[in-house]
Design a protein around this ligand. Structure first.
Ligand code: ATP
Ligand code: NCN
Length: 188
């Protein structure tokens, strides 16, 4: 599952857990982006990586990969999947993403080649249509998951305004955000 995870929240974790169950996956690899070229003002990757490690540590089937944060330059899924294929030459690879991300996938770098590298699984997300119109049949699966209307943007804004993020993100992530004073406005 690729994501910026700024911060990781329970929407991500429920999506990963539901897909792992539905597709009988051996493990889910969370891959925090290094430089998500379509987003600005993103928190340094080591913070996002460590929050992802904290959030997934208790689940023996969850793992976090550094392939994207250790690669220089903008993060493209084509490179993520090639790196993961190199690490796991015999694995069946699935790429998990939300309905909002899957809607954009044809705009991603080398989109036509992505389908040869993994099977794509799009999960439902409140506020976004779950549809594979225009995407290659057979290469993308859709999965309805319990709706959690949580976004990283909302979590960041809550912290900035002094509102709680308890139960939106795992407890360890609440504590990590507080310890490192992430998402505080620099002007206040
Ligand atoms: N609540 C959710 N339910 C289902 N999928 C989600 C949810 N939140 C995020 N996702 C999916 O998880 C992947 C990684 O998401 P990302 O790290 O960008 O989180 P985000 O909450 O969308 O962040 P931001 O608000 O900063 O854009 C994306 O494919 C996204 O669609
Ligand atoms: O490959 C691309 O061009 C591309 C463009 C936008 C997003 N992605 C990937 O989509 C995943 C979700 O991204 P984000 O920024 O919404 O968290 C993450 O793994 C990104 O690397 C990939």
């Amino acid at each position: 599952m690729g994501g910026t995870f700024d911060p990781i929240h329970h929407g991500h974790l429920v999506a990963a857990s539901e897909v792992a169950h539905a597709f009988a996956l051996d493990e889910v690899v969370f891959v925090p982006t290094g430089q998500p070229y379509q987003k600005s003002g993103v928190t340094p990757s080591e913070h996002r990586y460590l929050m992802t490690v904290i959030a997934t540590a208790a689940n023996p089937r969850f793992r976090v990969s550094r392939v994207d944060i250790d690669r220089d330059g903008p993060t493209y899924t084509i490179d993520t999947l090639r790196d993961l294929r190199r690490e796991h030459p015999d694995a069946d690879l699935f790429f998990i993403s939300g309905a909002d991300a899957i809607a954009q996938i044809l705009t991603w770098k080398d989109a036509a080649e992505l389908w040869n590298l993994a099977h794509f699984i799009a999960v439902s997300r409140p506020g976004h249509d779950l549809s594979v119109r225009g995407l290659p049949k057979g290469d993308v699966s859709l999965l309805e998951i319990p709706a959690l209307a949580i976004s990283s943007t909302d979590c960041r804004e809550r912290v900035e305004h002094g509102s709680p993020v308890w139960y939106l993100v795992p407890d360890g992530v609440v504590q990590y955000i507080s310890k490192h004073q992430l998402y505080r406005s620099t002007t206040s």
